[in-house]
Design a protein around this ligand. Sequence first.
Ligand SMILES: O=C(O)CCC(=O)C(=O)O
Ligand SMILES: [Fe+2]
Length: 335
Amino acid sequence: MAASTEELDCKQRMIPRISLHNFDERKDEISTQILHAAENSGFFILEDQISPSVSEIEEIFHIAEKFFALPESVKAKNPFKRLENAGWEMNSQIRPSTGLPDQKESIQLQYHHRNSAFWPSDEDAPEGFKEATTSFMEKAHVLSMKLLSIFAVALGFSEDFFDKAHIINRSDAQSTLRLLHYHDITGTQFPSSYWRAGAHTDFDCLTLLFQRTGEDGLEICPGREAHTSFGMGDQWTPVKAQTGEIVCNIGDMLMAWSDDRFKSLFHRVRCPGVGEHQHARYSIAYFNQANEIVEIQGPLGKYPTMTAHQYIRDAVNRNYGQIEKMRAESGNSAE
Ligand SMILES: O=C(O)CCC(=O)C(=O)O
Ligand SMILES: [Fe+2]
């Protein structure tokens, strides 16, 4: 089996594709490939992982479909709460890059909240929802920790450094599972300023994204020098959706933690136009975010030390601050 191939996409840009086959025996080789991808594009596709398996990924998508098929009044019983970063929202997430709401609905779940009011109750969720989502989070977490151990060693930290920083059953955990549903928009032509998900970077250390074959739309844009910047280039590369593969991207938190060595890149999801495949798209993201009390400091000390709680709070404030500035500039008052 080929350990790794680099595939050229339609815009002739390289998308690193990395096989996890025989991970333990091939760890050195896989580490080299992952670090190269993280230092350059900040983005890579994993395949051949044992867990979560293709059938487990298919199963969680079925559960997500069932959840999003529930009446809005039921889903709305667990509304999105900004401070907890948990709950359901629809057509409400505004990105600084667009100033317009994403055309989607999503639910965010945190493992340690599974028996609390920040999780849909059993009556307000499809049968088996809690078991399936918590078990999927456990698998995504274990794989993420294997991957993050590679970054820890490369930064000169102990192999289990990020493991100790991401303890998902503690009350200050911040890692999040997000189920996303982009509605069927067959026959609707949205203005070009509308996106299923507007361009953004993720706030976390590492995102694992699952997609389904045929439900394309994700695009990436490498080329960002500092984790605090909004700047982005204009070269966007489509990423073909493939069931079972895992699209990984570095988030701002790991970019900061690595003194900007590992790149957090902009990405977005297109609104397909009339004549294209406009059916629903489902995706699932697992965001690894360090526990609130963990201190973030890179080996070169490029940025002041801050806790992961402060880090996320500042990132959220920068995000909303930018939106409010845009509103003020366009003469609208902020909410
Ligand atoms: O649905 C996707 O492919 C991307 C979702 C995403 O980027 C996010 O939720 O941060
Ligand atoms: Fe994202």
